[in-house]
Design a protein around this ligand. Structure first.
Ligand code: PHE
Ligand code: ZN
Length: 854
């Protein structure tokens, strides 16, 4: 049915066509009789027709279901099965619908609906997976209470809400909070738990569990602490308490995304919850803490207040990403988190916003909603909220959020509802601000300055390039945080937020005895591209003196980009002044090690390619790679005498703790080790590998050695040590490809797809290899085209098994128009090959068509 080959273009859904469902759903009762190939699902649903319904049709979504029987008020009926569901004649008074369907969880490799993973049953219903479980109005604005009975021989039988009874081979659950079907979940398996409890601020005891496969119980403690911290933080900062007697988290090995916020029963990709010092890096720990928080925070922003339709996805995702970033900033370092988020935004969202897949945070059309779980909806959605908060101020933000929860608790809402709350709480007109939700593309802001007689003027000009379907853009409201420094380093004007609302606008600062040095877009106050004619000397000044840590890092990042660009375009040597500045910073022990590690981390090769493209130069991936190598080698030589001391000074003694301070030191230590390895060929790295008692150091040593092509024995040892740990093996697979030289990468990846432990059906493993290939810039874009061919071949093979993951990974091709005509031609052949595949999923069809058209 839906997954069949689209013979014509698939149907497009539009925001403007929204119509409410014609019936209230008063209560849902479900019974599951579990069997791997023939699970029976019995539903009993109370419907009440709405008066004057815009769409009175009784249409229930359903896909890949075998209908066994249907009844209305106890009498058998014969519904008409139509594309994507069924329709049926119904009484015009409230009635009870009953249906029995059969489904095949064991054959479900798409990992949507009810499926099996490592012998356990689990579900994934967001966005439109519930329709693969039973016939239902599967749309987020239909909210109801759910009572669930599970019959199965598994030791653990879980669903949403509170447990209401259990016995031999059965369990019952009731969720008192009305919810959309996408938040439904069921888990059944022979699982073990890591239990704990939390007392809410009003004194309610909540039972907490993390459920895992036997053997993984030692990897739950960190996630549990993160959960309790999240619960406390949401009470303290947003005044939101948890609302059920129990909160369960389950780890599953096969999962398309990171995790899912099902009410009271969060389901996690095991890579996003399981952690131990021996198997997880510092980066893993930080990410796990953030994702646990993210899913928990959805309980209010997403579950209690949900989305009216899927066009409003950023209503819950943007806000919840914003909240989890605030949480991480509070738990760790605020500036470091901000820098990390901006790096990620530029790496993932900017290419999307400036290429064929560009769409606004609230899209107005889609073919497959799964293709819109994007960096734009999530990360830009969060940036928009950050701007809103900056514009209205912290107190108004808090008042608006209180009003949002008061006014909309229990509702399915829109971006209009969200903005209205801010307008009502602050008296501000947000109609121009709303353009951030409807316009795609990253605004470019050009700045010029003028100084005379003590008056300093900054003039800003904004414009946004055309994006698919949006040739012209109106000026937006852009909050620009600015501080002014005196030429000898002190701050003469503290940060203030300028509100740019016009296409061109000037702001004047008076009473300045000398021409100041401006620090513009502090904290990255808006997701824009700032363009300003400036000198490397001024950048170096800001790198040394800016009081805003973000802009300090930004100045270094700009210098790094400049020097790499001139190395590529002019064959220049690495900029000496920049190398000197870096050396000073690395040795400055008064600076946070995590910050120093970030300053030492070069912009990615893909980012350099984008910078070249923006300057009208066609990027040559091999040259960019060579420049990166030369730069790192030169830096290592410059630091030669200090590296051993720095290495020793940043080595953390004592037992491993995944805290922010230790992680920062280890991050810096890892950067230093990689430089040191360029000089000593891997002696120190080999010693570190040998001595490491935690994955962070073991992995850093292995990565350095492999990069130096001197890690074969350690790579083998690593494999032998960890071959039965899936998550560690994902690291091993990815590292082979990430460290491969440009002309070897595709071959290495291809060989790995033939490895006994490679498994197409496991998204983590597939992504480990193919994601690492796409991330090896010079390898993926090797002029032979081997990288493109290998990725396309594997995407075609995966599509019939798992359309969602396939479609998402097509984005590796989204930057194709940056490159030379020979590479473009090679990519076009592959994109067309994918598109011509017989039986191609709607998901992949939409992605590839958009990439080709844009
Ligand atoms: N809603 C999930 C989150 O962001 C992501 C997700 C989407 C998971 C779709 C699975 C499927 O937390
Ligand atoms: Zn989310």
């Amino acid at each position: 049915m839906k997954d069949a080959a689209p013979t014509t273009a698939p149907e497009t859904f539009y925001l403007k066509d929204y119509k409410p469902f014609g019936f209230e759903v008063e209560a849902v009762e479900l019974t599951f009789k579990l069997a791997p190939n023939s699970t029976r699902v019995l539903s009993k649903i109370r419907f009440a027709p709405k008066e004057n319904a815009a769409d009175p049709r009784f249409f229930l979504h359903g896909e890949a279901l075998k209908l066994i029987s249907a009844k209305i008020d106890g009498a058998p009926v014969t519904p008409e099965l139509i594309a994507g569901g069924l329709i049926c004649d119904t009484p015009d008074t409230p009635f009870t619908w009953e249906a029995e369907v059969e489904i095949d969880p064991a054959a479900n490799t798409a990992l949507e609906g009810l499926y099996m993973s490592s012998g356990m049953y689990c579900t994934q219903c967001e966005a439109e997976g519930f329709r693969k479980i039973t016939y239902y109005p599967d749309r987020p604005d239909v909210m109801s209470t759910f009572s669930v009975r599970i019959e199965g021989n598994e030791k653990v039988l879980l669903s949403n809400g509170n447990p209401t009874g259990s016995g031999d081979g059965w369990a019952e659950w009731h969720d008192p909070w009305p919810k959309p079907a996408y938040l439904f979940a069921l888990v059944a398996g022979d699982l073990v738990n890591h239990p704990d409890s939390f007392t809410t601020r009003s004194g309610k005891d909540v039972e907490l569990n993390i459920w895992v496969r036997p053997g993984d119980e030692g990897k739950c403690a960190f996630g549990m602490e993160a959960l309790k911290k999240s619960m406390k933080w949401d009470e303290d900062v947003y005044g939101r308490e948890y609302d059920l007697d129990i909160f369960n988290i389950v780890a599953v090995d096969d999962f398309n995304m990171g995790a899912m916020e099902n009410k009271g029963l969060n389901i996690f990709n095991s890579s996003c919850v399981l952690a131990s010092p021996e198997t997880s890096t510092d980066a893993n720990f930080e990410r796990i803490e953030a994702i646990i928080a993210h899913e928990y925070f959805h309980n209010w922003t997403g579950n209690r207040i949900t989305c009216r339709d899927w066009f409003q996805l950023c209503l819950k995702e943007g806000l919840t990403v914003f909240r989890d970033a605030q949480f991480t900033a509070d738990m760790r370092s605020e500036p470091v988190k901000r820098i990390e988020d901006v790096i990620a935004l530029r790496a993932r969202q900017f290419p999307e916003d400036n290429g064929p897949l560009a769409h606004p945070p609230r899209p107005e059309q889609f073919q497959e909603i799964n293709n819109f779980y994007t960096a734009t909806v999530y990360e830009k959605g969060a940036e928009v909220i950050g701007m809103l908060k900056r514009l209205v101020g912290d107190e108004n933000y808090a008042a608006a959020l209180d009003l949002y929860f008061d006014r909309h608790d229990g509702q399915a809402c829109t971006i209009e509802d969200w903005l209205k709350v801010f307008e009502d709480a602050t008296g501000r007109d947000l109609s121009q601000f709303k353009l951030w939700y409807s316009q795609a593309g990253t605004p470019q802001v050009q700045v010029s300055e003028d100084y005379a007689d003590g008056h300093y003027t900054l003039t800003f000009e904004q414009s946004t390039p055309p994006t698919p379907g949006q040739p012209d853009k109106a000026p937006r409201v852009i909050p620009i945080a600015v501080g002014l420094l005196s030429p000898n380093g002190g701050e003469v004007r503290a940060t203030e937020v300028l509100e740019l609302t016009e296409a061109k606008q000037s702001f004047t600062f008076d009473g300045l005895a000398t021409k100041p040095v401006p620090s513009i877009l502090r904290e990255f106050s808006a997701p824009v591209i700032l363009e300003r004619e400036t000198t490397n000397a001024e950048r170096a000044f800001l790198l040394a003196h800016d009081t805003d840590p973000f802009n300090r890092w930004e100045a270094g990042n700009a210098l790094a980009t400049e020097t790499r660009v001139s190395m590529v375009t002019e064959g220049a040597a690495p900029d000496g002044a920049y190398l000197d500045a870096l050396e000073k910073l690395v040795r400055d022990d008064t600076l946070d090690p995590a910050f120093r590690a970030l300053v030492l981390s070069p912009p990615s090769q893909s980012e350099i390619a984008q910078s070249l493209h923006n300057r009208g130069v066609t990027p040559d991936p091999q040259k960019i790679y060579d420049a990166a190598e030369t730069f790192a080698q030169t830096l290592a030589q410059q630091l030669e005498t200090s590296l051993p001391r720095l290495y020793a000074a940043t080595t953390v003694d004592g037992p491993y703790q995944p805290d922010a301070h230790g992680a920062g030191l280890r991050a810096l230590n890892g950067r230093i080790l990689s430089l040191l390895t360029r000089l000593d060929g891997g002696e120190q790295a080999a010693r570190q590998y040998q001595a490491a008692d935690n994955m962070t150091q073991q992995y850093a040593a292995l990565a350095s050695l492999m990069k130096a092509e001197n890690g074969e024995s350690q790579s083998q040892a690593f494999f032998d040590q960890w071959q039965s740990d899936r998550l560690v093996m994902d690291k091993w697979f990815a590292l082979q490809v990430a460290c491969a030289a440009p002309d070897a990468a595709a071959g290495v990846a291809s060989d790995l797809t033939g490895h006994a432990l490679f498994d197409m059906k496991n998204p983590n493993r597939f992504r480990a290899v193919m994601g690492a290939l796409a991330g090896n810039h010079a390898g993926f874009h090797h002029v032979s085209g081997a990288g493109y061919q290998l990725l396309a071949k594997n995407l075609i093979a995966l599509d019939s098994l798992n359309p969602q993951t396939t479609a998402r990974m097509c984005a590796a091709f989204q930057t194709w128009k940056r490159y030379d005509s020979a590479r473009q031609a090679l990519i076009r052949v592959e994109l067309e090959r994918i598109l011509a595949t017989e039986g191609l999923s709607r998901d992949t069809h939409e992605m590839v068509s958009r990439i080709l058209q844009g």
